[in-house]
Ligand binder design. Sequence first.
Ligand SMILES: Cc1ncc(COP(=O)(O)O)c(C=O)c1O
Length: 495
Amino acid sequence: MDAISEAANLGIEETLDPPDWADVQALSHRVVDDAVGYLRDVRERPVWQEMPAEVRAFFTEPLPHSPAPLTDVYGEVARNVMAYPMGNIHPRFWAWYMGSSNFTGALGDFLAAIQGSNLGGGNHAAGLMDSQVVNWCKEMMGFPASAGGTLVSGGSMANIIGLTVARNTKAGIDVREHGVAAIPKPLRFYASDQIHSCHRKAMEALGLGNRALRRIPTDAAMRIDIAALRAAIAEDRAAGFKPACVIGTAGTVNTGAIDDLQALATVATDEDLWFHVDGCIGALIAIAPQNASLVTGIEQAHSIALDPHKWLHAPFEAGCALVRNAEMHRNSFAVTPEYLESTPRGLASGQWLHDYGLQTSRGFRALKVWMALKEHGVDKFGRLIDQNIAQGRYLASLIEAEPALELTAPTTINIVCFRHRGDGLSGERRKNINTEIMLRLQEEGIAAVSDTTVHGQHCLRVAITNHRTRRDDLELLVREAVRLGNEIEDVTRTV
Ligand SMILES: Cc1ncc(COP(=O)(O)O)c(C=O)c1O
């Protein structure tokens, strides 16, 4: 009989708590020391590196049945996981679009896990803090204190929350009870052709289907064409559809373009549409003193999706959905089964936060956002957003001054699209050169950038949502992109 079965036979109950807290304490101190060093020295490490075969093999190990000392477990994590990050905390990570995290936020996540509260709701401090952070988000957006809101996993979920309320409010029937098949006239949603892919997923999940989201052409600045939007709405009405919602984007994922939100608010009023703003990238520009006017009109939205894990640099995950009319918000999600009924006093006398979204159990996301906002103050986050936007414009100016490179889209905020010219080469060969520049920048650990296609042109894309980036990092990027481009081009022309 093994020791565990023997203990069970003797009636000794087991727990996950350590037999000796002093051991755990010593290891925890080491973990924190390593973590501090990890962030302090991040600039000295490559942005990203490929994992060797033995590290990949580590992740195919089978389910463990027997125990291992925690120090060994941590050693494996340090060697195989911490050493091979995605890289988005590095000062030269500018791929896709994500924040660069912060140490205080990480402490917040640790403490949230130590307290272990479930933010489905209830009468406890974490619940009040969750609501407080939502209230702070309303304040940052210029939304009334009476608005509804909820913290969610990220921007994709925040958009689904807003679009669900839009669908339910505009359907003309009780969709929750009768389903989308009972909607008398098919609903139509509108957004620019630069809309993020999560909206397609939302339309599919909402049972409306991808085709119910009409993509409206964009102008030279990559903003939704308002005249084309009005024409599409008129066409749909005449064809028997019900125009229900217009989605404005404050910061498109391709180029950072910001739709004319005031004009969209007017269209929504004129046409009786729900006005949702996907502000995952740019909503928080509202707190940046030098650039806040770029998102004027956002405060008129019926719902907003914003993403604290981008420009508030909260460790993943933290998104936020705000709905101007709190009752409409609650009416779209609240269900009260008998096992979740409120009581007049005690633990179940607090607000049920799960009434504002799809999750029942929810993590304590608010703490990491709250601690970082308290430590630095919201004004500093605003200045950091201005700093990234200024860095975007600086990078654009460096590219304009470099004959081997060219900008491929206007730079509105912190996203810069450019390419190596590859003069005289076909579009396909130019794309190959630029793709190769991107891959070598990553593989040599210099910088992480991504690529995209804007109005038919392939290009590299730099998104500076990074409080560690300095101007000399951007100068290095330009030098290295030119060096790599010339090297690759020489080989390309000789084959
Ligand atoms: C404009 C836009 N909307 C939505 C999203 C999705 O956000 P998340 O990745 O937090 O789900 C993104 C992500 O970058 C985005 O750029």
